[in-house]
Design a protein around this ligand. Structure first.
Ligand code: PLP
Length: 399
């Protein structure tokens, strides 16, 4: 297993691209398509016989050459065999899970997953699939939770909002010999900073809405597969009617070309902002894997080659919801809104206590998720300092 195998700068620029196939144009056209016309009946028969609808153009829902260009590039960047495009990141999650989960199965899902992923997994009870949430710190102890009907383990590392880093190689090493499929959400790190297939995972899901497109102008998802996982995932996508719009896949592909450069800058901005934020009055701690005090720092050093833009900002426990509202109300540069991965800085309040199992989240104070964009760092610090200054009238008794 090659750990920390890097996707190179050259890779981002050229992955999956063959301009000679398109008269030399650097970028593929945006294909807008439903119907594909066949030359003759024989060609139609060949396309009908292809179960994965991929050997030749069949129908717009199965993807166009624009889709294929995005899929090929992403698969190469992740070190995968092939990838499958979906209409959103959440659709990538649901398609990947439904490719495997069957009535009577038990699935293990990290307690720190993106909340809509959790809600989807909860809803699987209606289809006879039992979801059990595990402590993201489990590592090889995941083996103790495996049952005869355990079909898959779903990871996300670092976890949404609390940024717990998982021991991915330990978990995949337990699962692989038992035939249990491991799925992992790699939205935070992107292939710029982590390639989970190299760590033993079978399926990687992405919200391409975030860094891959990178400009807050599209909703898109992707599932990257090994040769073994490609057939079930592609089949699930076909059965579910998954497809993405022509402009969105084009923007996804265009985003990949600058991903390496953008991630380096997000890393620089976020790491510096996080270090600074950790020292500000009213802040209990900062949850950012690149900071040495982060509990997952050593695992992050081992398995990742960089750190992305979002991190957690935990306020001191003496502050309540009004204090959080005061901070958010004072910010001018940080936008108040969902998502991340665009060029602009964002902040959003999060509430892990409302969703997680008792005991797997050790925080006590109110939590914010901060995404560092490309604004001037001094401007960002000034804005956040002004926001945090709004805490003081809400201080209450110090504990
Ligand atoms: C945003 C997000 C998703 C869902 O992506 P959409 O494109 O908004 O559907 C899934 N996983 C993670 C970690 C995310 O941050």
């Amino acid at each position: 297993m090659t750990r920390r195998q890097r996707t190179t700068a050259t890779g981002f620029v050229h992955a999956g691209s063959d301009p000679t196939r398109r008269h030399g144009y650097v970028n593929p056209p945006v294909h807008r398509a439903s119907t594909v016309l066949y030359e003759d009946v024989a060609e139609m028969d060949v396309s009908q016989a292809d179960p994965l609808k991929r050997a030749m153009p069949v129908y717009g829902r199965f993807g166009t050459p624009t889709t294929r260009a995005f899929e090929d590039a992403l698969a190469e960047l992740e070190g995968g065999y092939a990838s499958v495009t979906t209409c959103s990141g959440l659709a990538a999650v649901t398609t990947a899970v439904l490719a495997y989960a069957r009535a009577g199965d038990h699935i293990l899902v990290s307690d720190s997953v993106y909340v809509p992923t959790r809600k989807f997994c909860d809803s699987l009870a209606g289809l006879g699939v039992e979801t059990e949430y595990y402590d993201p710190g489990a590592g090889e102890a995941i083996g103790d939770l495996i049952r005869p009907r355990t079909r898959l383990v779903y990871l996300e590392s670092p976890g949404s909002t609390t940024f717990d880093v998982q021991d991915v190689p330990a978990i995949t090493a337990v699962c692989r010999p038992r035939g249990i499929v491991t799925l992992i959400d790699n939205t935070w790190a992107t292939p710029a900073f982590c390639r989970p297939l190299d760590l033993g995972a079978d399926v990687v899901v992405h919200s391409a809405t975030k860094y891959l497109t990178g400009h807050a102008d599209s909703i898109l998802g992707a599932v990257v597969c090994t040769e073994d996982s490609f057939t079930p995932v592609r089949q699930a996508a076909i059965r579910l009617g998954q497809c993405a719009g022509a402009d969105d896949v084009y923007l996804g592909l265009r985003g990949l070309r600058t991903l390496g450069v953008r991630m380096r800058e997000h890393q620089r901005q976020a790491t510096e902002l996080a270090r600074w934020a950790a020292k500000q009055p009213g802040v209990a701690r900062v949850l950012h894997p690149a900071l040495p005090e982060h509990p997952g720092h050593d695992l992050w050093l081992r398995d990742f080659s960089g750190a992305a833009g979002p991190f957690g900002l935990e306020l001191e426990p003496r502050f309540g919801p009004e204090a959080v509202d005061a901070v958010l109300g004072r910010l001018r540069l940080f936008g108040l809104g969902h998502s991340y991965g665009g060029y602009e800085s964002l902040v959003v309040p999060t509430d892990p206590v409302a969703h997680r199992l008792p005991g797997t989240w050790a925080g006590r104070g109110p939590l914010l998720r901060v995404h560092a964009g490309f604004e001037d760092l001094d401007d960002l610090k000034e804005d956040l300092a002004a926001g945090l200054a709004a805490l003081s009238p809400h201080a209450g008794p110090s504990r």
